[in-house]
Design a protein around this ligand. Structure first.
Ligand SMILES: NC(=O)c1ccc[n+]([C@@H]2O[C@H](COP(=O)([O-])OP(=O)(O)OC[C@H]3O[C@@H](n4cnc5c(N)ncnc54)[C@H](O)[C@@H]3O)[C@@H](O)[C@H]2O)c1
Length: 420
């Protein structure tokens, strides 16, 4: 296979723009292993705008399409990156795989488990790689947290307290993130936390959840979105709108390793914003600084150790970034880093592109494949399904759709299941 694979970006909204900065970041290194040759969006203006940004940053203008099938007929391509909105993944990513393209889909893999299955089945049908762009675990600080846990820094894992509270009644990035039928915020953002929990502790086994829709009207206050990438669409969003998707989930989770977690993902919290992630073990605890901020991890042990500097590396002998990550983050064992959010963001997105292109070149499987990503969606929905069922549920029940009381309405509306 050629040194560089030929890729398209399909979905040129806010995340498509951010992905382009990741692509550009990779292209500036010796590790470049892909060319961006096409962009595609149902909204032609979004695709044209991204092509212009690509011209500015990469020096070449990808061809513009509004129809993926036509794109595949007219451009030689190896794969596609699919950052379309969450409610469209099950059709957009499935189409790309069926068109014969290796596909990297944004998280969450799909809006329901049956949606995930449709994409996973398309990958199996086509024999093409399915990678899911889950970025939080690629943050070097999360790699360090994982190594600290696996290397026994805190003894045997016992418990994670994971909490994010804030948001009040403000629109979060886009209106679609507040609707059940398009991928509500507790799925759209919560799937990152679900991935981190299972990345740290392995597969979850069962969960008891409570979900709420607290704010039934959301108000447009800021339209910048993460990194300011969404500002240009802000004027198109209504000043206020009705919300139909749950905006808070509260969960108690059991893991196969015997450990436990309490998880709060509350996007309607008023007053004091709160972000917290602490991992407890039989000898001590690790306080995570959160994701993509580069702040140090704090290690507190029963023997009086209390550190949050480079000595923490002594407790994580297995911690070592990949060569490309080491190049982007200035070393193979960083314990902290200092970049503004857009810079950190694009470095991590560069890592996603690099891995995806390497998988295409070598046939290797991506770290977050369809099975891993579906498990993350299942953990989020376990809390929703538990609320509807009025009891704890197993992740297996959710993943096999044996319990689907919450998702069924979405599946029926989207044609993923016959209407009853
Ligand atoms: N990993 C992260 O940190 C992160 C952050 C933000 C968004 N995301 C994910 O990225 C995805 C996109 O989010 P966004 O905020 O950019 O949404 P968005 O609404 O800004 O953009 C979505 C774009 O996809 C286009 N589109 C929809 N269906 C399509 C199709 N079938 N073919 C081609 N184009 C299509 C739309 O026209 C729009 O331009 C979501 O799944 C979201 O969860 C991830």
């Amino acid at each position: 296979m050629a040194e560089r694979v030929r890729l398209a970006i399909v979905g040129c909204g806010g995340m498509g723009r951010r992905h382009l900065t990741g692509f550009t970041e990779l292209a500036r290194t010796d590790f470049r292993n892909a060319d961006l040759v096409a962009v595609c969006d149902l909204n032609r203006q979004n695709a044209e705008d991204l092509a212009e940004e690509a011209l500015e940053h990469l020096g070449t203008r990808p061809q513009v399409f509004t129809d993926a099938a036509q794109m595949v007929r007219e451009v030689e391509l190896d794969g596609a990156d699919c950052p379309t909105d969450t409610g469209s993944h099950h059709t957009a990513a499935t189409l790309l795989l069926d068109l014969g393209l290796h596909t990297m889909c944004e998280k969450p893999l799909a809006i329901t488990i049956r949606g995930c299955n449709a994409i996973i089945e398309a990958a199996a049908r086509s024999g093409k790689i399915l990678s899911v762009a889950e970025n939080f675990r690629r943050d070097p600080i999360n790699r360090l947290m994982k190594a600290l846990i696996d290397d026994g820094a805190i003894g045997d894992p016992q418990f994670i307290l994971e909490a994010g509270i804030g948001g009040r009644d403000s629109m979060i990035i886009t209106p679609w993130r507040h609707q059940k039928m398009t991928g509500t915020i507790t799925l759209d953002a919560g799937v990152h936390n679900a991935d981190i929990l299972q990345y740290y502790f392995g597969d979850a086994e069962s969960a008891f959840g409570q979900t709420r829709l607290y704010e039934k009207t959301r108000y447009k206050r800021s339209t910048a979105g993460p990194g300011g990438f969404y500002e240009k669409w802000g004027k198109d969003f209504p000043d206020s709108f009705a919300a139909t998707g749950e905006d808070a989930i509260f969960g108690m989770i059991n893991f196969a390793n015997g450990a436990h977690a309490h998880w709060i993902d509350h996007h309607a919290g008023h007053g004091l914003p709160f972000q917290h992630r602490t991992v407890y073990g039989t000898r001590g605890s690790l306080v995570s600084p959160g994701d993509r901020n580069g702040r140090p991890v704090r290690l507190i042990l029963d023997d009086g150790t209390d550190i949050m500097d480079q000595r923490i590396l002594d407790y994580a002998p297995s911690y070592r970034l990949s060569p490309v990550a080491a190049r982007l983050f200035g070393g193979d064992r960083p314990w902290t880093y200092h970049y503004d959010f857009p810079v950190t963001d694009r470095k991590i997105l560069a890592l996603e592109y690099h891995e995806f292109a390497e998988c295409i070149r070598t046939g290797a499987q991506p770290e977050v494949n369809g099975a891993v990503a579906r498990r993350d969606v299942a953990l989020v929905y376990a809390l929703f399904e538990s609320q509807v069922a009025g009891r704890p549920v197993t992740i297996e029940e959710v993943e096999t759709s044996a319990v689907d009381g919450y998702q069924r309405e979405i599946d029926e509306k989207l044609g993923l299941i016959a209407t009853t």
